[in-house]
Structure formats: C-alpha cells, structure tokens
Design a protein around this ligand. Structure first.
Ligand code: SF4
Length: 167
C-alpha cells in the first residue's frame, strides 16, 4: 500500500475510534439496588451525556455496551447470556457493583459469583454501590479501549477480575 494511503487509513481509523468512543449505546441490565446509583449517574449532576453515553437502548440489537448492574442469580444468567449473544460486534461488557463483579456479600447457591464466569468483562466498577465518580472512571476506561481497538486494529483482551475484589 502506498505510504500516503496507509497514512490516510490510519487517520480515518483514528477518527472512527474517536467518534465511536463518544457514541456509546448502552443496554442496562439492572437487577438490584445498584440501579439507583446507575440512575443517579445518568442524571444532570454527573451527566454521562458529555461522554456520549446518555442514550440507553432497550434492544440488545441496537446496543454496543452491556451494563450489568446488580446481583445476578443463576436463574437470570441464561437470560443475560442470551442478551449478550444478541448484541452485534464490536460489543463490550461493564460489570457494575461488587455483586456483579464477584457475587459480593452473597455466598449461596443461587448467586453467580462474578459475571466473568459467564461473559467476557471489559471493565469492572466495584463498590457497594459504586460512587458516580467510579462509574465515570469506568466509562473513561471503556472509551480508551474502544479507541485503542480502532488505533491498533486489535480488540483489547477482556479484563482479568482484579485480585483485590476477591479479598
Ligand atoms: S453491590 Fe451493593 S448496592 Fe449493588 S446490588 Fe450489590 S448489594 Fe446492592
């Protein structure tokens, strides 16, 4: 490929990455009390619109980020998995709240001990519930990953669950 063509392609990819990271269409899978904090973050005080993420979609086919918010039971797990399967690539998963990340204080047969056991997780937002600032931090990490995918042409690997969350 001529040098100027590869320069143009990389500039175009850079621009596409920038546009995509500011047009996040999230599917909120909200099951429990973390939902209150999720809604608080979406309101005007914290304003996720400035990250281009203020417009939730309630069809997985129109969303590119699955926000899993709250405790996931084994009964719900197949539904969550199906919603993830219905989303088109490229798609991303955010684990919101410690119950979603690890099962939290639940230690029983009914609760999934971390959604990374059923889905690839791209960003962990721990906390019970997470503060809105942590949610914004998670959103910015997600934006970096989206941009990086366009810049390098390779999708960043899903995150390992941080060891500190298992303590
Ligand atoms: S992390 Fe805390 S606030 Fe969130 S769903 Fe679990 S118990 Fe509720």
């Amino acid at each position: 490929m001529p040098e100027h063509a590869s320069f143009l392609t990389s500039r175009l990819n850079e621009a596409l990455g920038w546009a995509r990271k500011y047009s996040i269409f999230q599917y909120p899978f909200v099951t429990a009390c973390c939902g209150m904090e999720y809604m608080a973050t979406a309101c005007s005080h914290y304003d996720v619109d400035r990250f281009g993420a203020g417009f939730p979609r309630f069809s997985p086919r129109q969303a590119d980020v699955l926000f899993v918010v709250g405790t996931i039971s084994h009964k719900m797990a197949p539904v969550l998995k199906r919603i993830h399967d219905q989303m088109a690539e490229p798609k991303w998963v955010v684990a919101f709240g410690v119950c979603t990340c690890t099962g939290g204080f639940y230690d029983n047969y009914a609760t999934v001990m971390g959604i990374d056991t059923i889905l690839p997780v791209d960003v962990y937002i721990p906390g019970c519930p997470p503060r809105p600032e942590m949610v914004l931090d998670g959103l910015m990490k997600l934006q970096d990953k989206i941009h990086e995918e366009h810049r390098t042409g390779e999708r960043p690997a899903p995150e390992e669950r941080p060891e500190t969350l298992d303590a």
